[in-house]
Design a protein around this ligand. Structure first.
Ligand SMILES: [Zn+2]
Ligand SMILES: [Zn+2]
Length: 73
């Protein structure tokens, strides 16, 4: 109930609810490529997406959360 409560947004893994620290971005968690929700490494899925390049389309691998990961893969 102090003025500090809203100073920084509470970060939580959108899948398991574990608390995450801004400083650990890239070390312990990522943001989902599609919905941009924070996800801890335990819950990170990787998905190959086709990206438009300068000359050719190429395949990139992006982190996605459980919700955005296509089912059946
Ligand atoms: Zn998690
Ligand atoms: Zn997502």
């Amino acid at each position: 109930m102090s003025a500090e409560d809203h100073r920084d947004m509470k970060l939580k893994c959108s899948t398991c609810g574990k608390e995450l620290l801004q400083n650990d971005l890239g070390k312990k968690w990522r943001r989902c490529h599609f919905c941009e929700e924070p996800i801890c490494f335990n819950d990170t899925h990787y998905l190959g997406v086709r990206v438009k390049g300068l000359y050719n389309d190429y395949l990139d691998v992006v982190p996605v959360c459980k919700k955005c990961y296509p089912k059946g893969l």
